[in-house]
Design a protein around this ligand. Structure first.
Ligand code: MG
Length: 160
């Protein structure tokens, strides 16, 4: 019988003026970027946690500690590829992933398809199995005040 697993991930990064903004592996032109030990890719971090959570393999902080120099400024796509490889080692395949980015500005719609392609390539699955959605929070909360970005992600994995 197929062993299906579902996982959930959530991440938040604060925004600051003059930093690069990289979300789901795509650099987005903006006046602000995420403060982080890595490149601050909040979507990939949430997605890694969803995938690790599905396999009950801990979380991103356990595998890639932000106290480690190895991960300073690292391209988060490397982390995502490592998580995908870890799941493959454990015999899992990825069914699909879905994430929602909560951010007031800028409009992410023009970048969504590229994000899906990038994530799909790193996960080794088709882009039809990767969903990326974006929403504002109607100017409410830290996302609405443009103080930060949050991403919620879910992943379904399975093995026979
Ligand atoms: Mg993070």
């Amino acid at each position: 019988m197929t062993d299906f697993r579902i996982g959930y991930g959530y991440d938040v990064h604060a925004l600051a003026d003059g930093l690069r903004l990289v979300i789901a592996g795509v650099e987005i032109p903006h006046t602000k970027g995420c403060i982080a030990h890595s490149d601050g890719d909040v979507a990939i971090h949430a997605l890694c946690d969803a995938l690790l959570g599905a396999a009950a393999l801990g979380d991103i902080g356990l595998h890639f500690p932000d106290s480690s120099d190895e991960f300073r400024g690292i391209d988060s796509r490397i982390l995502l590829r490592r998580v995908a490889a870890l799941l493959r080692e454990k015999g899992y395949r990825i069914g699909n992933v879905d994430c929602t980015i909560q951010m007031q500005r800028p409009k992410l719609r023009p970048h969504i398809d590229r994000m899906r392609e990038v994530l799909a390539a790193d996960l080794g699955i088709g882009a039809d199995r990767v969903s990326v959605k974006a929403t504002t929070t109607e100017r409410l909360g830290f996302e609405g005040r443009e103080e930060g970005v949050s991403v919620a992600a879910v992943a379904l994995i399975y093995r026979d």
